[in-house]
Design a protein around this ligand. Sequence first.
Ligand code: PGA
Ligand code: ZN
Length: 420
Amino acid sequence: MSKIKRVVAREVLDSRGNPTLEVNVITDNAVAKSFVPSGASTGSHEALELRDGDKARYGGKGVLKAINNVNTVISRKLTGMDCQSQRKIDELMIELDGTENKSKLGANAIVGVSMAACKAGAFHKNMRLFEYIKEISGSKKFSLPIPQLNIMNGGKHAGIDNDIQEHMIIPVKFKTFSEALRAGTEVYHELGRLLKKKFGSQGILLGDEGGYVPKIDNVDGRLELIDRAINNTGYKNKIFMALDCAASEFFYSDYYKIKGKEYSPGQLIDFYKKLIKSYKIISIEDGMAEDHWNGWKQLNKELGSKIQIVGDDLLVTNVDRISQATEDKACNALLLKVNQIGTVTEAIEAANLAFKNKWNVVVSHRSGETEDSFIADLVVGLNSNQSKFGAPARSERTAKYNRLLSIEEQLGKKAGFAEF
Ligand code: PGA
Ligand code: ZN
């Protein structure tokens, strides 16, 4: 047993230059550190990210209130606790907060402490973080994930309204994670070359998740170029495509609007069907808006047997919403973001519920990220089969890929590679 002596947070910056928390869980002979990510196309049912609202600092985005909560009430409550009692630590913080959406203490405060405590627990158990997560989650084995790489950014991540947010590639037909990552990265670079040729230096500007943001208005035009990059690199039939539409961002109570064109839910599904046919799309995330359950049911009914239908804003890593979605047959895969729900324990419960329903689980970053690579250990420890960590560029993204490369090497022959 190793007792927590103190928990200390400080205000630092995320990859967008917005303030976030660094949290340190201090034990007798260790300091375990975490950094808290932050979304832009945030689901309205997510746990609440507490911001100061004081316009005189960072335009109101400061996190000093959340930091104060860590340094005072949370630290006092956790002092003396065994850092290996992850569930107890998380439950105590949930109780201390007492609200439905962690709005009193702030989900950003709570999740930072939860992740740092998890790292402290692993250290004192003399385990690598992914091994410790395997143990506390009850998962049966390790596996390296198939990566979803977001190589062209749109929507909120590129400052564009009414737009598809993410155009991703999935290197499926490879024997190892490192091979899949290499192939995906080669496509990313080839896409950069094609864009530079077509649009000059304006074509290779990057969005929040490291993907290119060329001036191509129609989705077809974007996917066509990605398809060409896949073919040029010789990965036809080995690398497929995926979309995160983030449809809540272009939903107007009963219709959707993409690039000035309006779609009824049925027309939107037909639009997706056309794209799937033309571009080997094998996964669509948030194809419908977060509370448009009928739209989701229809989408999953028409496409769920053919491709992966992923719920992000729909599910917000919340077991109640996942249960509802399994009952309604609204989707067939979970996007898992620890900060959407606010503790490691609850995120593990969400993943386990999804596994129980034979869903795929995609462990995901946020568009605002940091150097913390916690989610790389999480995806391996949970034995979930996919990761979504952005483009293979920008250090806040490559920190996760590089950690996965390291884990793959550490595990050697024991490193299983997931199947799609
Ligand atoms: P967010 O985007 O982090 O801005 O919410 C990521 C996603 O939608 O998957
Ligand atoms: Zn999403």
